[in-house]
Design a protein around this ligand. Structure first.
Ligand SMILES: C[S@@+](CC[C@H](N)C(=O)[O-])C[C@H]1O[C@@H](n2cnc3c(N)ncnc32)[C@H](O)[C@@H]1O
Length: 310
């Protein structure tokens, strides 16, 4: 039996870990897979940031999967940004040459984005002040008393005893990534919860081939837990509001267009349906964006980088 964090680390990122072998898109659907409108919004934001910073910009994608977001950005804005994918997995074959691929987040100036990375950062579970231990089959037993840092995190962010997920490792991982940004924006996007609305009993679960499965740390499935978004330290905005402020609209085209220009009508209808998925208040639209400004003046009304103005 080992602590959950250790078990998750091995199961997801060990030599034969799930993410060394599996492409995320084969097992679940993120905003990046749902629609290229998401990459389009990232380009709009990067362009605004570029104008604010006045110069060429890094766009760093942490937990880049198979490089899907950066590939779309490269197609939409060839040569416009210095693109870097940060990944545990090897460089995918066929990735455009302009995308750099690395295992370590580089120092950068510009936009650092992490879509559904932190929910896969291993974490420890606590039950009534003790660390929870687990074996490779998923059976659990109570472990040692939590250390001061973990107990301190729970006291501040997830008080009340019972079963809880200790977000300290996610906070530290995110702080490490943010520290690499000299000037610009760092944005973590994920499903998560805030104080007062933590999931009773926790949220740890597994995914395999598009289906939710029990969280067994044997390398056969994704292991994920919702992120305590408020402990990350950025300003928070729902994805639906952030994307709307970047021009994504779920508005359907006018009916008359179907007769005057049917091809355009169909194109715009398809785009509206994709946007609808990204903005869905019961789905991807309810995700949180944690936005940290580094070396930028703080936002004000009308600030093109102020995603949190609605
Ligand atoms: C849920 S997937 C998200 C992929 C992509 N961002 C998307 O939105 O489709 C999480 C990815 O984060 C990667 N990852 C996890 N920890 C990492 C780390 N410390 N450094 C780099 N990549 C990591 C995993 O290998 C996995 O590909």
């Amino acid at each position: 039996m080992v602590p959950w964090r250790e078990a998750m680390t091995e199961a997801l990122y060990g030599p034969s870990g799930f993410y060394r072998r599996a492409a995320p898109a084969a097992h679940f659907r993120t905003s990046v897979h749902a629609s290229a409108l998401f990459a389009g919004a990232v380009v709009v934001l990067a362009d605004r940031l570029s104008a604010a910073l006045g110069g060429p910009l890094d766009l760093v994608d942490v937990g880049a999967g198979r490089g899907e977001l950066l590939t779309q950005v490269a197609a939409l804005a060839p040569g416009r940004f210095r693109l870097t994918g940060v990944e545990v997995a090897d460089r995918p074959p066929g990735l455009p040459d302009e995308i750099r691929w690395t295992g370590e987040t580089p120092e950068c100036t510009g936009l650092l984005i992490a879509n559904e990375w932190l929910d896969n950062v291993p974490l420890d579970l606590a039950e009534d002040g003790r660390r929870v231990l687990v074996d490779a089959g998923g059976s659990e037993s109570p472990g040692p008393v939590l250390d001061d840092a973990e107990q301190g995190w729970l006291d501040e962010w997830w008080p009340g005893g019972g079963r809880a997920e200790i977000g300290l490792s996610r906070d530290e991982a995110w702080a490490g990534a943010v520290a690499k940004v000299r000037r610009g924006l760092a944005i973590a996007i994920d499903y998560g919860h805030l104080a007062g609305d933590r999931p009773g009993g926790g949220s740890l679960t597994g995914y395999r081939n598009g289906r939710q499965v029990p969280p067994v740390p044997d390398g056969s499935c994704d292991l994920t837990a919702h992120v305590a978004m408020d402990s990350l330290g950025g300003s928070l905005v729902r994805q639906r509001d952030a994307l709307r402020s970047l021009g994504v609209s779920g508005e359907r085209p006018p009916r008359e267009l179907a007769t005057t220009d049917p091809a355009r009508y169909l194109r715009e209808l398809a785009a509206a349906s994709e946007a609808g998925e990204l903005l869905d208040r019961h789905g991807l639209g309810a995700f949180w964006w944690s936005v940290t400004r580094i070396g930028l003046p703080s936002g004000h009304d009308g600030d093109p980088l102020d995603l949190d103005h609605r």
